[in-house]
Write a protein that binds this ligand. Structure first.
Ligand SMILES: Nc1ncnc2c1ncn2[C@@H]1O[C@H](COP(=O)(O)OP(=O)(O)OP(=O)(O)O)[C@@H](O)[C@H]1O
Ligand SMILES: [Mg+2]
Length: 407
């Protein structure tokens, strides 16, 4: 088989636009904002979502969708994508953002002089070009110098681009600094007031990240429309699989039952669905994949280590020790594996096992200690600590059942 004919269409990276699935309602809300760009009433956008839910993917898709839509052809939109994942300090993040602009600036003497006049910024000149650097010793001035700098830069870019979309991805680490949310809020206000809103900021973070932003500036979220990326619905998962399979080589088929099973295992996390499908495709490409094949690529079979086993091992080296001590550990993890998304109370466990509460409490305590279970908020309910662990437990049980063994 020739190498170029092998395409595993599933990915653990932000998804290519042609494979982008679902998110219809969210995209409609976002596109509405682009539709009113010229009115000056466009809102900034805050995209909130848990890890691996698709924040970076939707940013990529927005840029693709808008740039390829003839409706916006005459708007000259510049997209700047900045990933702040490895920025710890606010000054670090400012440097990264300024850097993204640096690549687009056409230098003039006038611009150079303007920037030079802003405290906390340095301009390095190379021939006809140059670059702006943040003076790292000017920490105290960053709040004012950054928004001033962006104002001047945007002003100079507006001759070439009518609109600038600044995408700030992976902001979780930097928004832990109390001053970053304030900085973004102030910068947005400065640009909005002075520039008649021709910069749109699209920012992503986890729910905790948004909380941090709001703590740093109580009015923070009012500058944005908030788009929450939720778990995938089953039909979105199905679209993900079908889109990918249509581009996979060699042609590989998943039966409806296999698809349904994969969607169930992924528990609504697109990242997990991609990961599971990637493994299945890798192992059974060119064939027809049913539920049996899915199970075989997840959990160990005779000649093959299943992908979930590796994840399971993280917990299972410890869990298996416990399981050897008392059969109740197995019973309880099985109860969880049947409803891997739910949290279950001690009372329910007592009812389901028919075992004394005191003993159940002790078992749950150990499962908490080895990291298999975690406490649900401040309640007395407990849930599996990882969705992948849920999938593993479920697949392990199913696979054992399929082999005719009793769990
Ligand atoms: N709409 C989608 N269609 C198809 N696949 C998707 C979609 N959204 C996300 N994915 C897949 O899910 C995984 C995670 O996506 P992505 O990296 O965009 O998430 P994220 O929220 O940015 O994650 P992180 O919090 O780690 O930055 C990737 O494998 C990606 O391909
Ligand atoms: Mg991301």
């Amino acid at each position: 088989m020739e190498f170029e004919n092998l395409i595993n269409p599933f990915t653990t990276m932000p998804v290519e636009p042609k494979f982008f699935a679902g998110r219809k309602a969210e995209m409609a809300r976002i596109e509405r904002q682009f539709g009113i760009l010229t009115t000056g009433n466009t809102a900034h956008i805050f995209i909130e979502g848990e890890r691996a839910i698709g924040k970076s993917s939707i940013l990529k898709y927005i840029q693709y969708k808008i740039s390829s839509d003839s409706k916006y052809e005459n708007n000259n939109i510049l997209f700047l994508y900045v990933k702040l994942g490895d920025c710890k300090s606010t000054i670090n993040a400012c440097g990264k953002i300024v850097d993204a602009f640096n690549e687009k600036i056409d230098w003039t003497t006038r611009l150079r002089d303007k920037i030079k006049g802003i405290r906390g910024l340095e301009v390095k000149v190379f021939g006809t070009g140059g670059r702006i650097d943040i003076d790292k010793t000017a920490e105290l001035d960053i709040q004012t110098s950054f928004s001033k700098a962006l104002y001047v830069i945007v002003d100079s870019l507006n001759e070439k681009y009518k609109f600038i979309v600044l995408m700030l991805d992976e902001t979780d680490a930097v928004v832990e600094n109390e001053d970053f949310g304030r900085l973004i809020k102030n910068t947005i206000e400065e640009l909005d007031i002075n520039k008649k809103k021709n910069v749109m900021v699209i920012m992503t973070a986890t729910p905790q990240g948004r909380k941090n932003c709001e703590e740093s500036h109580s009015g923070f979220i009012r500058s944005f429309i908030l788009i929450k990326l939720k778990k995938f619905k089953d039909e979105e998962g199905l679209e993900l699989i079908n889109r990918a399979l249509s581009k996979g080589r060699p042609k590989t088929e998943f039966t409806p039952e296999a698809k349904e099973f994969l969607i169930k295992l992924s528990q609504g996390t697109p990242g997990m669905l991609q990961e599971l499908c990637q493994v299945v495709f890798e192992r059974f490409r060119g064939q027809t994949v049913g539920k049996k094949e899915v199970l075989e690529s997840m959990v160990d079979s005779e000649e093959h280590v299943g992908s979930l086993t590796i994840i399971g091992q993280k917990y299972f080296s410890r869990l298996e020790e416990l399981e050897k001590q008392h059969s109740l550990y197995k019973k309880i993890t099985q109860i969880y594996s049947e409803k891997p998304n739910d949290s279950i109370s001690i009372k329910e466990l007592v009812e389901k096992t028919g075992v004394e509460e005191k003993i159940i409490r002790r078992i749950v305590k150990h499962l908490l200690k080895v990291g298999v279970l975690e406490k649900e908020g401040i309640t007395t309910k407990y849930r599996l600590s990882s969705t992948l662990l849920g999938a593993y437990l479920y697949a392990r049980n199913q696979s054992l059942i399929a082999k005719g063994k009793k769990y």
